[in-house]
Design a protein around this ligand. Sequence first.
Ligand code: ZN
Length: 210
Amino acid sequence: MHLDDTLENYMRKTADFHGCFKKAPGIVIGCYMVEYALELLGDVEGTLNAVSETRVCLSDCIQVMTGCTLGNKHLKLADHIGRYACSIYDRDTRRGVRVYLDLSKIDPERCPELHAFHLRQRDPRVLSDMDFRKRSGEKVVAEFLRVKRDVLSWHPVVVSYRRKDPMDPSVPCTRCGEPFLKKSPEPGACPACSGDSYYAIPEGEGSGGS
Ligand SMILES: [Zn+2]
């Protein structure tokens, strides 16, 4: 797939989408990774799909640069893996390429901040001091821009995801009544009503429902 905009513009667009400053390290590195992956993949006959192995910046770079999004399901999130890597592939042939930020290629002498960034071993002040975080981020980016693809690696992949997920039936929950997506059409309680809820309803506060 050919990119129809410059990398510089994609970094700006991704930063706008992500809600951060343009030269955030994850955005810069991620945009270079996606550009590299698309170039390696070349033109595809079928539908372009992507997998991100992390939820951070990289997944937004993919969404902005390839049009594969979580919403259109052309982007799959495999963030249980947690590596700074993505795969881009032809959904029809399942063949594609996987690009990752390669620790073994990052020289800790030459690129100390990038090395620490990749291992999440930067000075803890990056979490508490925004100025410090910005300066550290600028160092990571400056180091990365000196090496770029020299610290990226790739290999071909055959992706095992099914071409299209089956449409699960939507079944009203036997407790809350809200329809939820269920593997089988038999009646049952939704996960939230079965103890796997991410929220509690505070007592004595008003609500918009009955
Ligand atoms: Zn329920």
